[in-house]
Write a new protein. Sequence first.
Length: 275
Amino acid sequence: MTALERPAIRHTSLARQSWAITRRNLIHIRRMPEMLLDVTLQPVMFVLLFAYVFGGAISVQGAADGYREWLLGGIMAQTMAFASFIVAVGLTADIDKGIVDRMRSLPIHLGAVLVGRSLSSLVHSSLGIVVMSFTGLVVGWRIRGSLLDAVTAYGLLVLWAFAMIWIGILVGSTMRSVEAVNGVMFTVMFPLTFLSNAFAPTERMPEVLRVVAEWNPISALVQGVRELWGNTTPVASDAALPLQHPVLATVLWCIGITVLVAPMALRAFKRRTQD
């Protein structure tokens, strides 16, 4: 009886390993299309709800076409902030089901798991931006700035999603169940997105809430994309400093969050997967 030969182990690069895991996550989404509801149906519902139900009751200054056009920047920023939610849930599920343990038994770099999960999350969230862009065109939103400004605004959204991914990795590596992740992320992300200028102007908020909202990093992101798209005018001189320089402030916020959270997220993931 001839002995079976063991297949030779081929050593691959981190980039190739990460791409393989990214493809695995995207195939998972393709086979379970209901996973796209949070970046397709849900954002569309938010746009239509706020544009047609609350839009008539909320007045904004400086918007070329009123609240409907002003709204889109806030909805898109919220969707990209929820990239952390997608990563946290997916990572926790992989760890809980033993998928990460299986990957550890293979000759791959463990960092490829995080890179693959992050890339698939960016693709997932970016799909929501595409869907909302088309929805916005239907309700009256337009890009009134230059092509370079428009691309820069979309780049800010992707950069913000990248920073949020590290928060997702930290939460997903720390929490022990998907239910716990859901509780933590809803508790953190919903107040963060609603206590900002995403859905209502900050000028008429009580003084304390206005200060908190204007220093909220999401407010700088929202103001930045609105100005780049030509959907609003610059803020008044009495606004907080991040809103007066929103593009620069958003870049600094993203760098600061990444530098602060990434080391903690990596330590938490390593500790969780080596227990």
